[in-house]
Design a protein around this ligand. Structure first.
Ligand SMILES: Nc1ncnc2c1ncn2[C@@H]1O[C@H](COP(=O)(O)OP(=O)(O)O)[C@@H](O)[C@H]1O
Ligand SMILES: [Mg+2]
Length: 465
């Protein structure tokens, strides 16, 4: 854009002398600029206000407010302060020129006017004004761009942060569910092991059943037949006191008298053994009772006894410690409605922990020379005061549990035992079975060096599904 052909260019000429106005107008006429005129300061300010001229030519000496005052007012008003002002002074007024420039005028021209000089200066200042406006606009655009960019950048940064945060959150979530999955898996494996054990025990019990029942079934006839045969021999001896030398010799060789007495004893102990085997097989059957789906009416004492039977080999003396004695204090309690297999698992875990503590303290490194006290596990049962629940207490006089770790023993995977010996799942499963599956509770009391006691409370009537 060039100034000369810009129709919107308006120039305000302010002079009280009409001749001057005319001369200037004429001088500037040929440039496609629109001329506005004012003959005093006040009307010049008014016009500048509404017409917004591109440039003002301002006479210094005027009646009313002079050029300086006019300039001052224009420069203090935001609407007009950007309009360039060129002062017009007489040649002699060197002081005025300086004063004018100090007040914010961009230039001055001297009277009498040199037409070409006036045009040239006006053009120059219009051009400068145009350039500075353009610069200002560019500056504005630039500032805006920078602002936009800054906003975009901070938004980007915010988004990045959000993304990072979300990734982090998701990672935590994932590792949490992975952890949970692992725990569930371990728990599954554990209960899978229990059910495998249950199946094995059930299989063994089943297989034993047949031979046991025919051995037991035939035992009584065997005893009778034997007695009959011995009685028959006696009768023979009575009727034929002299059976001949050969038979007499045979009687001596086989020690018939001793044989007769011993045979009776052997058969009696055989009967006892049979009774034992029968009890064991019955216990195995109780232990393995598979009732995964439904709660059944269950004699807790049966569960405790059959679990003890399964653990019996661990109660025996070994090279590190004497046998563990088990004392039972069973009260008369009703059967309870429960998942019998799961309760057996509870008894199994609690009793196994009690046995573990003796195996631990009996290890040579921790043997205390003076410790001669016997290893004892006490199992007591009772009816709760409200008669709606039963209490089962399993106590040992083992190492006890340190106060510091007591709050953690029911946690998943918490164990103080070495890898391979402990999984840290036993008590977690115990609590889950008792609390979640049966609406019961478990409590622990323990003193280091004296022993530990777990108290289980179970409702007689099932409260949960
Ligand atoms: N009767 C007990 N005597 C001493 N400490 C015990 C007893 N029962 C449990 N604990 C402590 O509680 C921990 C957790 O037991 P548990 O959940 O059964 O896991 P694990 O037996 O595999 O270690 C054991 O490692 C042990 O430190
Ligand atoms: Mg355990």
């Amino acid at each position: 854009m060039t100034i000369s052909c810009d129709k919107s260019v308006q120039i305000l000429i302010v002079d009280d002398n009409p001749t001057n106005l005319k001369v200037l107008s004429n001088a500037l006429q040929g440039n496609d600029w629109t001329m506005l005129v004012a003959t005093d300061g006040v009307s010049a300010i008014e016009q500048a206000h509404y017409a917004q001229p591109s440039l003002i030519l301002l006479d210094v000496m005027m009646p009313g407010i002079d050029g300086f005052e006019t300039c001052k007012r224009l420069k203090t008003d935001v609407k007009t302060q950007a309009i360039p002002i060129i002062f017009m002074t007489a040649l002699a007024d060197a002081e005025y020129k300086v004063q004018g420039l100090e007040m914010g005028a961009v230039d001055y021209i001297t009277k009498p006017f040199q037409q070409q000089e006036v045009v040239a200066r006006v053009k120059l200042h219009l051009h400068l004004q145009f350039l500075s406006q353009e610069l200002e606009e560019k500056n504005k655009r630039l500032t805006q761009e920078i602002t936009e960019k800054t906003i975009a950048e901070s938004r980007l940064q915010q988004l990045t942060q959000e993304l990072e945060h979300r990734v982090e959150q998701r990672t935590t979530e994932l590792s949490e569910s992975l952890n949970q999955l692992q725990q569930t898996q371990i728990q599954l494996i554990q209960s899978e092991k229990m059910s495998a054990l249950g199946n094995l025990v059930a299989g063994v019990a089943h297989e034993l059943n047949n031979p046991i029942s025919f051995l037991q079934g035939n035992l009584e006839p065997l005893r009778e037949y034997t007695r009959d045969l011995l009685a028959l021999i006696k009768s023979y001896q009575k009727t034929f006191p002299n059976p001949g030398e050969a038979i007499q010799k045979q009687i001596e060789t086989i020690e018939l008298d001793f044989l007769s007495q011993d045979l009776e004893k052997i058969l009696a102990s055989w009967a006892t053994g049979m009774e034992r085997i029968y009890t064991i097989s019955d216990s195995l059957r109780i232990f393995s009772r598979a009732d995964k789906e439904h709660k059944v009416s269950f004699d807790v004492h049966d569960g405790l006894n059959s679990t003890l039977l399964i653990l019996r080999h661990r109660l025996r003396a070994n090279e590190n410690r004497p046998a563990i004695e088990v004392k039972k204090y069973y009260q008369d309690i009703p059967e309870i409605e429960c998942f019998a297999g799961q309760l057996n698992q509870v008894f199994m875990n609690l009793l196994a922990n009690a046995i573990d503590t003796f195996d631990d303290i009996s290890q040579p490194s921790s043997v205390k020379g003076h410790k001669t006290q016997s290893h004892l596990i006490t199992i007591s049962t009772d009816l709760a005061k409200d008669e709606k629940s039963i209490l089962i207490k399993i106590e040992d006089n083992g190492a006890g549990i340190d106060e510091a770790i007591k709050p953690r023993i029911f946690d998943h995977l918490f164990t103080t035992k070495e890898v391979g010996r402990g999984t840290g799942l036993g008590l977690a499963i115990v609590r889950q079975i008792l609390v979640d599956k049966h609406g019961g509770s478990i409590d622990v009391e323990s003193t280091v060096g004296q022993g530990t006691s777990f108290t289980v409370i179970l409702p007689i009537q099932s409260l949960t599904i």
